[in-house]
Design a protein around this ligand. Structure first.
Ligand code: TYM
Length: 371
């Protein structure tokens, strides 16, 4: 892939993503200042991920707010495909989901698509995926969701809950549609081809649980959007509200470009990494810097392409400090080693603390499982 080409699917994100183009391509809406004002009226404060436009796009978030203002609650729905350890990129949509849960006081369904990750990978056995399921559940709980308002649904175990709805969905989606939307090939195994209705099904579960039409709002990175496009097309035909979404960008990996991904472990910081590993990965990170200190002082650096900068901005810097960092980077006042040290000093205690929460989560798993 060269120039300004990019691809975004649920299984692959490549190239330099132009998020404005993606909004057009996927047919979503950018989050407007008016929408932010409406959210702020309810939540009292805007989450930094909204202020910084990390969550930048949506479908029907305005309708969710209108219903909420009338006293009609929605459910949150998000998920994880247990293909490996959880990295910091995954945590961002979950931390944001927790904020929405707290501010709106709503229930959350958290789906674990172990079936998808088994079907997708040529190498992974079902045992491998199940091990990651158990590990990833600890990360999800460690984020701090309300146990009384959160249910984790594991596809292979809880299939009974979603199978009847997924049949209704599957019957109304053709092969040519999923082929076009997900890019399936003749060589794609038929398990994968049949999988999308399983991820679509929890969109309608709240209506079944509540016994009345109950919309869902899905916070996730924009790679998951293809699922919601096909789900929205059939929702009303089978008597359910269209699922709404709020989409984030991607946390970049520490390599030259592309999103943080478990498949390139040396460029991802996992919640299970030790401090030495975190230090090493950040030391080796790509930056937007110049080849020599002299050149950097003279020409300045490019924070736009620097994962260290974005990592600090989305996780650790205040907006004010981050803007100041950007200014100093551009002017050459700041060297890459200083930003790397700042990230190391912030990421290490974060991971140490998160690991403690993961340990404590072991005693809480039962409270979160779907019954
Ligand atoms: P998965 O496990 O690939 O990703 C879990 C969540 O993390 C987001 N994400 C990222 N966000 C920011 N930066 C990154 N580098 C990054 N990489 C991944 C994903 O968008 C997702 O929100 N099939 C799904 C599991 C799933 C799901 C859902 C996700 C089932 N139902 C409903 C979202 C909403 C999957 O494999 O996600």
């Amino acid at each position: 892939m060269s120039g300004n080409e990019f691809t975004v699917t649920p299984w692959s994100v490549e190239g330099d993503i132009d998020y404005d183009k993606l909004v057009q391509k996927f047919g979503t809406e950018k989050i407007s200042p008016e929408l932010l004002d409406r959210i702020k009226k309810i939540t009292g404060e805007l989450h930094p991920m909204l202020k910084l436009e990390y969550f930048f796009s949506h479908r029907d978030m305005d309708k969710i707010l209108s219903e909420y203002e009338k006293g009609n609650k929605f459910y949150l729905y998000t998920g994880r495909g247990p293909s490996g350890s959880v990295h910091m990129g995954h945590l961002l949509p979950w931390v944001f989901t927790k904020y929405l849960q707290e501010k709106f006081g709503v229930n959350l369904i958290f789906q674990i698509t172990d079936d998808e990750k088994f079907l997708y990978s040529d190498e992974k056995s079902f045992d491998d995926v199940s091990r990651y399921t158990n590990e990833n559940i600890l990360d999800i709980i460690a984020v701090g969701f309300d146990p009384k308002k959160t249910k984790i649904l594991i596809d292979s175990k809880d299939i009974k809950q979603i199978y009847p709805i997924s049949l209704e969905i599957a019957k109304r989606i053709t092969y040519s549609t999923v082929k076009a939307v997900f890019g399936f090939q003749n060589s794609t195994n038929i398990g994968m081809i049949g999988f999308p209705p399983i991820q679509a099904a929890p969109c309608f579960l709240p209506s079944i649980i509540e016994g009345k039409p109950t919309p869902v709002l899905i916070p996730a990175a924009i790679d998951q959007d293809p699922y919601w496009r096909v789900t929205r097309d059939i929702a009303e035909k089978i008597g359910y509200p269209k699922p709404a979404q709020i989409h984030s960008k991607f946390l970049p990996g520490l390599g030259i470009r592309g999103k943080m991904s478990s498949s390139i472990p040396e460029t991802a910081i996992f919640t299970t990494d030790d401090e030495e590993m975190v230090d090493k990965k950040i030391s080796n990170s790509f930056t937007g810097g110049q080849p020599t200190v002299e050149m950097q002082r003279k020409l300045g650096a490019n924070f736009n392409i620097c994962p260290v900068f974005w990592y600090l901005r989305y996780f650790f810097d205040s907006e004010k400090d981050s803007n100041e960092r950007a200014r100093k980077c551009k002017s050459g006042e700041l060297l890459c080693g200083e930003c790397k040290a700042d990230l190391q000093n912030a990421a290490k205690p974060f991971i140490v603390d998160f690991k403690k929460k993961r340990e404590k989560a072991k005693d809480k798993v039962d409270k979160f499982l779907f019954k």
